[in-house]
Design a protein around this ligand. Sequence first.
Ligand code: FES
Ligand code: MG
Length: 600
Amino acid sequence: MTDTPPLPRALRSRAWFDNPANIDMTALYLERYLNFGLSLEELRSGKPIIGIAQTGSDLSPCNRHHLVLAERVREGIREAGGIALEFPVHPIQETGKRPTAGLDRNLAYLGLVEAIYGYPLDGVVLTTGCDKTTPALLMAAATVNIPAIALSVGPMLNGWHKGERTGSGTIVWKARQMMAAGEIDADGFIKLVASSAPSTGYCNTMGTATTMNSLAEALGMMLPGSAAIPAPYRDRQEVAYRTGLRIVEMVAEDLKPSDILTREAFLNAIVVNSAIGGSTNAPIHLAAIARHIGAELDLTDWQTHGHDVPLLVNLQPAGEYLGEDYYRAGGVPAVVNQLMRQGLIHEDAMTVNGRTMGDNCRDATIEDDKVIRAFENPLVERAGFIVLKGNLFDAAIMKTSVIGPEFRDRYLSNPDDPDAFEGPAVVFDGPEDYHHRIDDPSLGITDQTLLFMRGAGPIGYPGAAEVVNMRPPAYLIREGIHALPCIGDGRQSGTSGSPSILNASPEAAANGGLALLRTGDRVRIDLARGTADVLISDEELAARRQALLDAGGYAYPASQTPWQEIQRALVGQMNTGAILEGSERFQRIAQSMGLPRDNH
Ligand code: FES
Ligand code: MG
């Protein structure tokens, strides 16, 4: 096997369109790209060819506005002397895709790697938005490592209902409780939820979409100040144009993801995530991106670097406001500036505009301190995640900033033991089991019960479903008990404010400790020590494990599509990013392999 020689500083697209040593192949490559109106002179002019990885489509309403924005990106690319080639990315839409959009992140990633690597592209614009689109595109850009810049589609305008802000996703969890309590009927439920989605764009709450786009900016992969611009604003069109201009310059400078996505950049993102009240999906996605670029990042970094950081951004679900307010208050640069003053940001981290994070954010100011608080006046102190482990799992996370007064009074008020609680477990195998039985009085659920969800991880579901936040039975809600502790091997929507223990790894379907748990077992959670244990003897646990293995392991429903089967065979656990596992070379293969071979 011979390696194709690398072309340092030469445009990789020249290997297709301008290769005198291989003129018959060059002719073949050129002729079909003339088909949509480009001239031979243009294609052979030495202009860089820029891909626009298009995630907008009718199946992906959150990202659909990218179909419009791409026109402005093209104009920017052309203005700067490049040629734009737009192409589709496998759709990922959070609320429409069954069994879960989580299944599609790795599929979109795989497809995009092939597109960026295998076609004549010198740089790429990543059109990010709905939850998993941002990590999927960044994972692919990291894997191929050609100049890449992310462009967020931006959040929807604020939702309103009867004079109050209604935030996407967050309103669903509230409406679900209102209906269980008999306060609204089915029509009222739908009207209330629809009010939260008044325009094009992604979820206007600090859900996973706003989180991941904010973190793409905090990582340095998006133009400064651009993540928070609402989708319909004219500023959004303008930054689409500027993104097109900038990617052409980045190709000339050979500024690649590996220059930007360093360990320091990931630590910056962790700190920003705490300050914005970011989603519990962020640790999974950042781990995945870090592993594809080869940056060192461990789940424990979230507690070490993120837990003590206060919550500054007052957005739902942790706070009151929504996306338009976040943008007007200053967005990511205002948050980074507050953190910089405390020495919490690695200011030297490079960003896509060719300047450092410190230079970009040094002069940023808070424009509305109700929405973005000063560091000295936070909404919540120590708002990051804690990492838990024990005999139920090796790793799980909890977002402590959303622990409300009701939860604190009921579970964390023992003066002798203020950070621990214990109670009997009620275990559900998948969301269908939960929906079927949660209101069954024979389960004997009380305000002391801990609810467990298993079979919901990357293998079990497959893709890891956002189903761990479970409501109490309706009879408890009517008594004023709005939340029970929830623990599981699935995920939770970033728009949910439940203080659940999530992303437990290894999952039940990998025969992790949760597979051994039985309804009625007592479980103890200690937030100070970071432990979660079922209170049974090691001998009993070993006997249960043996019985589980003798029975063929934890049972879960059969795969329904080919990709489900492939994902189940290759996927790792959430504490290490839930990526397709292989050798180190497998994760970063295209970075080091030069150009692909000729196709004829
Ligand atoms: Fe797409 Fe929230 S559902 S961004
Ligand atoms: Mg979701």
